[in-house]
Design a protein around this ligand. Structure first.
Ligand code: NAI
Length: 335
């Protein structure tokens, strides 16, 4: 098969060479978008990370496409309906980094709880004053975990080490895990009302879009902290801006924002790209958010450790090999 691997660094290119000579492999640093797609239209397999948007405008340019091997757990950047209608399989990397992402959620939590970014910036300037840096302790506080899948459960384990109590919400509660890790399930409203810190670990689906919006912020304890390492559109960002401005939310640590591809390259809007399908209001809200001193944002980096990125490329190569042998694995959605 002709395999095109987008968004690669040199070492990933080396890892992909294992697919040869069985398959013909081409690697590029570029993201897959409507323009770059025109350069690789003979691809039968494409592999990308989440910075590429695989909608109909891109996918129609690959008439021989059989497999999309996304180098991520989430696959909301892929138009699964289009793939199903056109017989294109989609494989993901389901479990490369439960700890990787959960640890980043706690990195964000500790950073906002102890005003770490401001503290470090101050000392770099030679300013050793402590004014405004008084922090928030985790021990004895309640962590509300929304989504108790692989990453959510790892976050619950870590919370145990900090001496936090955990209350969780999931569409499909896993009572065995609750017994094993010593937490309890409650409905979403109760979790929001009880938690001092809320951490999000649900996938982006129609059911989780704006799961946390004005109503949910109203239900939270005054001064709650919000951590999001899931997907940007799980939080209604204009509602978060209101909650921060009202002091309802004390601080937020976010690894993900809505409209991320556009956030990365906003100038696209002025290069003739249509703004149709983009939520420009969310984009403006992102900008407002970035100016709050009690908000820290990382650039969708929770997955990004040395060992996790190695596991991602290895699983992706295995996904492509298995598909080539007629034994597909890690498929998502229905064909
Ligand atoms: P998972 O599939 O193991 O767990 C997701 C959990 O969410 C499941 O228990 C499911 O029942 C629950 N869920 C789904 N819809 C729900 C709803 N409407 N309400 C309540 N619960 C719901 O997924 P995993 O591996 O824990 O990953 C979670 C998400 O984390 C991924 O889908 C991805 O979007 C995000 N992620 C972010 C990364 C980053 O670098 N920031 C890296 C990897 C994943």
């Amino acid at each position: 098969m002709k395999v095109v691997v987008f968004e690669t660094e040199e070492w990933e290119h080396q890892a992909c060479l294992r697919l040869e000579p069985e398959h013909e492999v081409e690697c590029t640093r570029q993201r897959l978008d409507p323009q770059t797609a025109t350069l690789f239209t003979s691809a039968e397999v494409v592999s990308t990370f989440v910075n590429s948007q695989l909608g109909a405008d891109v996918l129609t340019q690959f008439p021989r496409l059989k497999l999309i091997a996304t180098r991520s757990t989430g696959y909301d950047h892929v138009d699964l309906d289009w793939c199903k209608a056109h017989g294109v399989a989609v494989a993901n990397v389901p479990d490369y980094g439960d700890s990787t992402v959960a640890e980043h959620a706690f990195a964000l939590l500790l950073a906002v709880a102890r005003n770490l970014v401001e503290a470090v910036e101050r000392t770099r300037r030679g300013d050793f004053s402590q004014a405004g840096l008084r922090g928030f302790e985790l021990r004895g506080k309640t962590l509300g975990v929304i989504g108790t899948g692989r990453i959510g459960r790892r976050a619950i384990e870590i919370a145990g080490g900090f001496g936090m109590n955990v209350v969780a919400y999931d569409l499909y509660p896993d009572e065995d895990a609750a017994t094993q890790f010593g937490f309890r399930y409650a409905d979403l409203d109760e979790v929001l009302a009880d938690a001092d810190v809320i951490t999000l670990h649900v996938p982006a689906t129609p059911g989780t879009a704006s799961l946390i919006s004005d109503r949910e912020f109203d239900l939270m304890k005054p001064g709650a902290l919000l951590i999001n390492t899931a997907r940007g559109n799980v939080v209604d960002v204009p509602a978060l801006v209101r909650a921060l401005a009202d002091g309802k939310v004390r601080a937020a640590g976010l690894d993900v924002l809505p409209q991320e591809p556009l956030v990365r390259e906003e100038a696209q809007i002025f290069r003739g790209a249509s703004s149709d399908g983009y939520d420009l209001k969310a984009l403006v809200a992102n900008h407002v958010l970035l100016r709050f001193p009690n908000v820290i944002v990382t650039p969708h980096n929770a997955y990004n450790t040395q060992s996790a990125v190695r596991r991602i490329i290895e699983t992706t190569v295995e996904n492509i090999e298995a598909f080539g042998r007629g034994e597909p694995r890690n498929l998502v959605g229905e064909r």
